[in-house]
Design a protein around this ligand. Sequence first.
Ligand SMILES: NC(=O)C1=CN([C@@H]2O[C@H](COP(=O)(O)OP(=O)(O)OC[C@H]3O[C@@H](n4cnc5c(N)ncnc54)[C@H](OP(=O)(O)O)[C@@H]3O)[C@@H](O)[C@H]2O)C=CC1
Ligand SMILES: CCCCCCCCCCCCCCCC(=O)[C@@H](N)CO
Length: 335
Amino acid sequence: MKIVFDLITTEFVIWVIAAIVLAIWTAYYLRKPLSFHDKHVFVTGGSGGIGKAIATEVIKEGGRVSLFARGQYGLEDAKNEIVLKTNCNPNSIQIFPGDVNDSLGTLTKIIDDSEKNHGPIFMLVNTAGYAVAGRFEDLSVDNFKAMMSVNFMGTVSVSKVVVPRMKNRGEGVVVLFGSQAGLTGIFGYTAYAATKFALRGFAEALSMEVKPYNISVTLACPPDTDTPGLIMENKTKPKETCLISDSSGVLPAQDVAKQTLEDAKMKRFLSTNGFEGKILTTVCCGMAPITSYFELAIQKGMKSKDLDKESRKYNLTKVSWKWNDNTICHSKMKV
Ligand SMILES: NC(=O)C1=CN([C@@H]2O[C@H](COP(=O)(O)OP(=O)(O)OC[C@H]3O[C@@H](n4cnc5c(N)ncnc54)[C@H](OP(=O)(O)O)[C@@H]3O)[C@@H](O)[C@H]2O)C=CC1
Ligand SMILES: CCCCCCCCCCCCCCCC(=O)[C@@H](N)CO
């Protein structure tokens, strides 16, 4: 709790008040949450813990989903489970066995097939990924390569096929699964954190490119989440990693799914869970896009404590810089 009191300064309080005023203003005039009702959502890793939970929530909202993963049986089980849970029309769930590392030709064919019945993909959710934790000396170079290729390159490949379609239609949502370990590197995650940091760079750049086309990018950064993936990971996880991760706790997959969808609906760039998650994303916001004045004010207030007088003058650089960059992207589009 002490860390929390340390963060509260007069300037912080002023920013919070400013945030509340601006939040109310934006809530009334600017923000209209997206809806997934009657929309096609394509989920990679759709048979896994978080992917399946996301698909379930989309179905509850009246959307249509395509689940993509390597194992046919896992996909069938996931489909049956969702139908049983939600009582939905089984036709609203399609399954596609495949690997995110398949060739672009194969992925294109799968995505074509998925769009035949369900219509154009409105939201792409990239959850396919995994973690092997261990001290640097205990991880092989192959561990690094394999994790990078699924977590990072897999997301790149599927997005490579789907994003141009969204751009052509002038609408879409791309959700990428980072992690709290993609905001801060911790013991045991030399390989895993690197894959998730890579995704953050990709997501920030992509978000600036696609924004003029009415496409938003959301980078989900959950803490440990109760899934089959976490059970596997825990088998080899060093004690130190467990102790550090414990400070953020373990969440049910459904909580993470709901929060991610809520943030994607509001076009928030960083999606996070719980109080610790909020603090972590605020402290690690860097130059990430800001999606509300509230977010910005909290970031400014919290960071101001670490800054001396001189650097406070430059405290708003992020906003003006981003504003300028976005203006460039918008105006170039019209040329
Ligand atoms: N659980 C956690 O603690 C946290 C997880 N995350 C991230 O969230 C995402 C989902 O995690 P989680 O739900 O726990 O994972 P799970 O292991 O429970 O599920 C992973 C899913 O991805 C599929 N998958 C794995 N590899 C591939 C591949 N090469 N091509 C296509 N599909 C693949 C799996 O099916 P199949 O094996 O049949 O292919 C399965 O459907 C991951 O990116 C993870 O890094 C982030 C923070 C915390
Ligand atoms: C008061 C402020 C407290 C903030 C504490 C934050 C400490 C950092 C915790 C990092 C946890 C990393 C979890 C990674 C989960 C993950 O991605 C894997 N389980 C994937 O399978």
